[in-house]
Design a protein around this ligand. Structure first.
Ligand SMILES: O=P(O)(O)OC[C@H]1O[C@H](OP(=O)(O)OP(=O)(O)O)[C@H](O)[C@@H]1O
Ligand SMILES: O=c1cc[nH]c(=O)[nH]1
Ligand SMILES: [Mg+2]
Length: 206
């Protein structure tokens, strides 16, 4: 399932991210903010359980998230989305997958993986701002499946039709939520119009 979060606030923040004049500080802040909007929609089917709560006036029914939420940023750029998501799910665990596209082949190279154990109620929430060819996300999903994660959600900010089709072909059960679906990829496999290299813009390494 592939879902574009269609919201005026997402559109406005995306415009700031696309703008080549936006500097790293504002870029980072905006990535964090837009992540919360996308997550709001992506997490709406998490399971809750009831807990009693005493208000100053009376007893009431409270709720807490029942799933074991495991946020998995794909390094580096995915780290920019982590805090935005942790604000919504402060008790989530965090696992890390390090992947970098080879500049020649455009294929992802894995350089790090540290994930908590998967349980029956675990929901892995993979975060990476860019879904281009889909190679990096497919590799991350493979890793998570091998580690036993059965429920996988993905939060992206900018996606391409090529990336969408690649994930739908290999992992149709994975739900992808994205801020937009752009026109396609250029000869360097960058998203067009996109926002450039997300990792470089977040960390000022242009
Ligand atoms: O869909 P794909 O074609 O695989 O491309 C998308 C990947 O490329 C970017 O990471 P990059 O390799 O630039 O690493 P970085 O985050 O360290 O900059 C991006 O953050 C994704 O992980
Ligand atoms: O457009 C793209 C494609 C891959 N990685 C990025 O950061 N941007
Ligand atoms: Mg990069």
């Amino acid at each position: 399932m592939f879902h574009v979060v269609d919201h005026p606030c997402v559109k406005a923040k995306l415009t700031i991210l696309r703008d080549r004049a936006t500097g790293s500080k504002q870029f980072r802040e905006c990535v964090e903010e837009i992540t919360a909007f996308i997550a709001y929609e992506a997490l709406k089917n998490l399971e809750v359980e009831t807990v009693p709560v005493e208000t100053p006036i009376a007893s009431a029914t409270g709720y807490r998230i029942r799933n074991d939420v495991v946020i998995v940023p794909i390094l580096r750029a995915g780290m920019g989305m982590l805090d935005g998501l942790l604000r919504l799910v402060p008790d989530a665990k965090v696992g890390f997958v390090g992947l970098e596209r080879d500049h020649e082949t455009k294929l992802p190279h894995e350089y790090y993986c540290k994930l908590p154990a998967a349980g029956p109620d675990s929901v892995a929430v993979v975060v990476d701002p860019m879904l281009a060819t889909g190679g990096s996300l497919a590799a991350a999903i493979d890793l998570l499946k091998r580690e036993g994660f059965r429920q996988i959600l993905v939060l992206a900010i900018v996606s391409s039709p090529e990336g969408r089709d690649a994930i739908e072909a290999t992992s149709p059960e994975v739900k992808v939520y994205t801020g937009c679906l752009d026109a396609g990829l250029n000869e360097n496999k960058y998203i067009v119009p996109g926002l450039g290299d997300a990792g470089d813009r977040i960390y000022g390494t242009l």
